[in-house]
Write a protein that binds this ligand. Structure first.
Ligand SMILES: [Zn+2]
Length: 188
């Protein structure tokens, strides 16, 4: 799935508890996106594709951090930086695994490649998680899921008075929530 969908899934997980601070919610949302930092090699691969010495950083490393070990690192960081340490770490683990589940369901490449998840790497190559019904990255279910997640984020913003916009700017979030509440004066 794309980064926006992953972020919205992470944000939904971060709303599991009403008592979390913005900082904890930011950490949990990040945990739902961070496995894809192993895809940062893509621009390098594209830029060196036609050279005599191409660097296949995308092909070789993408999904390399979609692992249980990296999840443990992320949870340790979540616990270290979070205020409600245990809850933040647990929700970060859920957010991380929802990312993996999302990729198994709907991240087939345009060429049909399934990008298996090497869940136990580097300890074992035994689990290469795939699902034969996996749809493509740009398929309609991903668009539908993103729309549903957006609707959830809007409803949560209306109800609770904050949205993912607040992860970047408190001011912009206040304006955003006010706009939604004015646009939908009844309950949404
Ligand atoms: Zn991913």
């Amino acid at each position: 799935m794309n980064l926006i969908t992953h972020a919205l899934v992470g944000w939904t997980a971060a709303n599991f508890s009403k008592t979390l601070s913005k900082r904890d919610m930011f950490i949990i949302t990040c945990a739902g996106v961070i496995p894809d930092i192993d895809g940062l090699g893509a621009p390098v691969e594209i830029l060196t594709r036609d050279s005599s010495n191409p660097l296949l950083w995308w092909t070789e490393y993408h999904h390399g951090l979609h692992t249980l070990l990296f999840c443990a690192v992320v949870c340790a960081a979540a616990s270290f930086f979070g205020r409600r340490k245990l809850l933040t770490a647990c929700l970060a683990a859920i957010s991380f695994h929802l990312h993996i589940l999302g990729d198994i369901l709907g991240a087939r490449g345009p060429d049909g490649y399934q990008w298996p998840i090497p869940y136990l790497r580097p300890f074992s190559e035994a689990w290469q998680l795939t699902w034969e019904g996996q749809w493509k990255l740009n398929a309609w279910p991903n668009i539908a899921i993103t729309m549903i997640l957006l609707a959830i984020a809007f409803r949560l913003a209306w109800l609770r008075g904050y949205s993912p916009v607040g992860l970047f700017s408190e001011k912009a979030d206040t304006v955003f929530v006010e706009t939604i509440r004015k646009r939908f004066p009844g309950k949404i």
